[in-house]
Design a binder for this molecule. Sequence first.
Ligand code: ZN
Length: 189
Amino acid sequence: MSDKLVMPGEQLSTVEELLPGEGTFEENGVIRAARLGFYIIDQKRRCAQVQPITSIPVIINKGDTVLARVAMAKSSMIIADVIHVIGKDRSVSGETDSTIHAKEIAQGYIKDASTEYKVEDIVRAKVIQTTPSVQLTTKDKHLGSIIALCSKCRHTLVKKGNQLECENCGNREHRRIADDYGEVDVTKL
Ligand SMILES: [Zn+2]
């Protein structure tokens, strides 16, 4: 049993040691996390799992800074699940839908929101509205994607100058990123 918080793409174990279970994927004999969550080893089944961060309800307030996982990227808006309120120990319960409109992504004009964030990105965002729907903004430089996965091979993208690069397959991708992309310690959020 372990309650280590892991990032998507992080190496957990190998297929010689464990079976890849829920929330993980296997690649070249290595078991990696498929999502942000807690790394659990099911000792009975010798199985590696990553449990999503979803447990006790937390109320989301206007002005809160949150982490949201991108569920869908459209040209007009991003649909994301709020998974954590920063500064609160407890996780957000279930799936809390939120949206980031194209005009709320950055200070400048964004024509197509889906070029800025992709499915499974973890985005740090600020809550600007809670009713009737949760609306987020990432206009501040400290807001934006903090974890992004390669769309080809699902490894975590690394910041190289103004771009993100996959160290596994060499793929280069663009994102709207937070100023501390790649330096965020997920265990301290
Ligand atoms: Zn890649």
